[in-house]
Design a binder for this molecule. Structure first.
Ligand SMILES: [Zn+2]
Length: 82
């Protein structure tokens, strides 16, 4: 038996609600951080003269980079001319 099962139903409910609220806070923070990183990445790519492509179809580990008519994946090294 898990320690939580010794709590009464009301306390168990409060505990679940607190966990859901904590998860919602974490999701909010992650979404905010993802937006910040996305904006920074786009600004850097503009300065570097490259474009950010779609996620790599081979490894799904990164977005692809488009430069000089060539598409490449920084995660797996996949490369393709456009
Ligand atoms: Zn890849």
């Amino acid at each position: 038996m898990s320690p939580r099962s010794t709590l009464g139903p009301k306390r168990r409910n409060q505990s679940v609600l607190a966990e859901v609220a904590a998860l919602a806070d974490r999701i909010d923070a992650l979404e905010r951080q993802q937006q910040q990183l996305k904006r920074t990445l786009h600004a850097i790519s503009r300065e570097a003269g490259v474009s950010i492509g779609s996620p790599c179809v081979r490894c799904h580990g990164s977005y692809t980079i488009v430069k000089n008519g060539c598409l490449s994946c920084p995660a797996c090294g996949f490369m393709e001319s456009l």
